[in-house]
Design a protein around this ligand. Structure first.
Ligand SMILES: [Zn+2]
Length: 184
C-alpha cells in the first residue's frame, strides 16, 4: 500500500472533466490518470482519511451535485458495504443474544465498559482493528464516518446500551462534558 503524501502545492490546478465532475492535477497520486489528474472529490476524501482510496471505494455526492466537493457533501460508499458484511451482521446478532459472562463474543469485546467490534477497513479503527460499537451504530445511522473529535453520549448512562435512540452525537469532548457530565 502506498503511504499517503499531502501535496505541498498551495495552488491546485482544477479542471472540468466535461462529464459533471472536477479533477485536480496530482501526478504523484497512484490513482492519477495518464494525464496526471485525479477526480477532486476523491482527493478531498483522501485528505480527510489520510490515505489513498482503493478502486473499489466510490464517493457519493449527497446532494447530487458532482461539483460540490465539500467534505459534508461526500460519502464513502464502501461504508455501506462494511455494515452489510456477513461478519458484521453475525456480530450484531451475537450481541443481541446478550453478553452473559463472556468477555469475548465473536469480534465483540468489552473495553473500559464499552462494547468494541472488530472492523476491517475502518479509517478510525484502533491499531488492533477495533471500533467502539456505539460509534459504528451512529455512523451507520448518519451514513458517514464520525470524525475523531466527535463523541457519543449514552443518554440513559448505560455504556453498553447502543440502541440508536440511546445515543447522542456531540461535537467534541469539551461539549460532551459540559452538556452531559457537568458536576455541580
Ligand atoms: Zn456521555
Amino acid at each position: 500500500m502506498n503511504t499517503y503524501a499531502v501535496s505541498t502545492n498551495c495552488v491546485e490546478m482544477v479542471i472540468d472533466t466535461g462529464n459533471g465532475t472536477l479533477a485536480v492535477y496530482a501526478p504523484d497520486n497512484p490513482n492519477a490518470n495518464c494525464h496526471g489528474y485525479v477526480l477532486q472529490h476523491r482527493i478531498v476524501m483522501e485528505r480527510y482519511l489520510c490515505r489513498y482510496l482503493t478502486k473499489n471505494e466510490k464517493i457519493v455526492h449527497i446532494n447530487g451535485n458532482k461539483k460540490d466537493n465539500g467534505l459534508v457533501n461526500l460519502k464513502l460508499s464502501s461504508l455501506k458495504e462494511i455494515f452489510n458484511t456477513k461478519q458484521h451482521k453475525e456480530m450484531q446478532s451475537n450481541n443481541m443474544k446478550g453478553s452473559k459472562n463472556h468477555r469475548w463474543i465473536g469480534g465483540i469485546k468489552i473495553t473500559k465498559g464499552y462494547i468494541s467490534e472488530l472492523v476491517y477497513n475502518h479509517p478510525y479503527a484502533s491499531t488492533n482493528s477495533r471500533v467502539y460499537q456505539h460509534r459504528l451504530v451512529m455512523e451507520k445511522y448518519l451514513g458517514r464516518y464520525l470524525t475523531p473529535v466527535e463523541e457519543i453520549h449514552h443518554i440513559n448512562g448505560i455504556k453498553t446500551d447502543n440502541r440508536i435512540e440511546n445515543l447522542q452525537l456531540v461535537g467534541n469532548h469539551i461539549e460532551h462534558l459540559s452538556n452531559f457530565h457537568k458536576k455541580r
